[in-house]
Design a protein around this ligand. Structure first.
Ligand code: PSV
Ligand code: MN
Length: 430
């Protein structure tokens, strides 16, 4: 029998924290009431918020220098789902997982789907991987995949994406996220235009194979692993590609994939306007694509992104239905703890952004009251909405203090016994 955290254990732990939460919730309710905000309405918003967890995020990540495996890491996709299930059971904010293929490839897709359901999990976008060579792969992606100079390599990469759609269909997913590592390391190595044209030709085939209710999410990234040029380097290239492909193609924003100090919330606003915002890979960073925990470096930026998202939601912006997913690499923490903390921080930004007095903001903007407008936004950001988040979790059967309960359960210690180290696990845990 594999160890799991029982709902009785969560309830027992919650009992110790319920009194304090009730007091804090009431106090916050009075504070918001003075601002004309109904705390119950905010708790209802928190309760319906969801962000998907990446299956690759529950294994310990690594850098190009080293990977330091953690104890009790998942050994296969079923272990990964079990860990994702814990994250959802305690936070109640991560009902879906985003799988990555071939890392998550299994011979029996329905067993994969059933295992997810047994942990109360569904599926968000499926991710293809043509940025690595797999064992027994015929042609190499060393010099690119969908934009490779050789048509045969492009065909192989297209085939892989079609297979991802096929698996995703069986899982109940409705979107494919395509990130390619294609690019060049030397000026002159690759024709900037021809590579993009080849990419478009290949993506056309992927696009044409999308089922009726599916979308393809194009994920841009400025650099890495290519260090001179990247084929889909920025939201301009992604937008150009998505626009040419058609309405089912949209642009996915990974927060770590921009030049330092890029105004990401403005990109988000533009993509919303163009009805091309696919969704997000949330993470945080200080320098590059650091894949740190969401909200751990720049929570204000995360809030400002949600300020645009909530604004679009509340004014029912056309075509607005973004997919929220986490994409992080956990090198020095327990991945389950990092993902729980991150999901909570993302939900926090959503609720904080929901507090913005939008009528007052519009008035201040109209009057060119720069500081007044800023204070309205800032007031929402500095409001501690923790009691709302905790109360939403409690009402949904989650933990008031997810990380505290997780630690008290000794889940990791139990998994360390159940999952002896193989010494080969990697981010993809193939
Ligand atoms: C690339 O850096 C990326 O953000 C893409 O989303 C990949 O699928 C993911 O990381 C995992 O390598
Ligand atoms: Mn990503």
């Amino acid at each position: 029998m594999s160890f799991s955290i029982s709902s009785d254990f969560v309830a027992e732990q919650n009992r110790k924290a319920e009194g304090a939460l009730a007091e804090d919730y009431a106090a916050l309710g009075r504070q918001l009431d003075r601002r004309g905000i109904d705390v119950e309405a905010m708790t209802a918003r928190a309760a319906q918020f969801a962000v998907a967890v990446p299956t690759w995020g529950v294994g310990t990540g690594g850098t190009r220098f080293a990977r330091f495996p953690g104890p009790g890491e998942p050994r296969n996709v079923f272990d990964k789902l079990e860990d994702c299930g814990v994250i959802h059971a305690l936070t109640r904010v991560t009902p879906n997982v985003s799988p990555h293929f071939p890392w998550d490839k299994v011979s029996d897709v329905s067993a994969f789907r059933q295992a997810a359901a047994s942990h109360d999990l569904g599926f968000d976008a499926v991710n293809s991987n043509t940025f690595q060579d797999q064992k027994d792969q015929k042609l190499s992606y060393k010099f690119g995949s969908l934009s490779h100079a050789d048509k045969a390599v492009r065909a192989q990469a297209i085939e892989h994406n079609l297979e991802c759609i096929d698996i995703g269909r069986k899982l109940g997913s409705t979107a494919l996220t395509v990130w390619i590592a294609d690019g060049s390391n030397f000026a002159g190595q690759s024709s900037l235009n021809a590579a993009f044209d080849r990419y478009m030709e290949a993506m056309r085939e992927v696009y044409d194979a999308l089922p009726k209710d599916w979308a393809v999410f194009i994920e841009h990234k400025l650099y890495e692993p290519a260090f001179y040029s990247t084929v889909i380097s920025d939201w301009g290239s992604s937008f150009m590609a998505a626009s040419e492909l058609g309405p089912k193609a949209k642009c996915l924003v990974d927060l770590g994939h921009h030049a330092p100090s890029t105004n990401i919330e403005q990109i988000v606003a533009r993509l919303i306007r163009a009805q091309k915002l696919a969704g997000f890979h949330f993470n945080d960073s200080k320098y590059g694509d650091d894949d740190l925990d969401s909200g751990s470096v720049d929570p204000f930026r995360l809030f400002l992104v949600f300020n645009e998202l909530v604004d679009a939601e509340l004014r029912s912006a056309r075509g607005f239905a973004p997919a929220y997913m986490i994409d992080q690499s956990h090198n020095v923490t327990d991945p389950i703890e990092s993902l729980m903390q991150s999901a909570i921080e993302i939900a926090r930004a959503y609720v904080q952004a929901s507090l913005v007095d939008r009528k007052a903001l519009e008035a201040a903007q109209g009057e060119n009251d720069a500081l007044g407008a800023h204070r309205i936004v800032k007031q929402a950001f500095i409001t501690d909405v923790s009691p709302i988040l905790a109360e939403a979790r409690r009402r949904k059967g989650g933990a008031i203090d997810p990380i505290g309960v997780y630690r008290a359960s000794f889940y990791r210690r139990e998994k360390t016994r159940e999952r002896p180290a193989s010494g080969v696990a990697a981010a993809g845990i193939v």
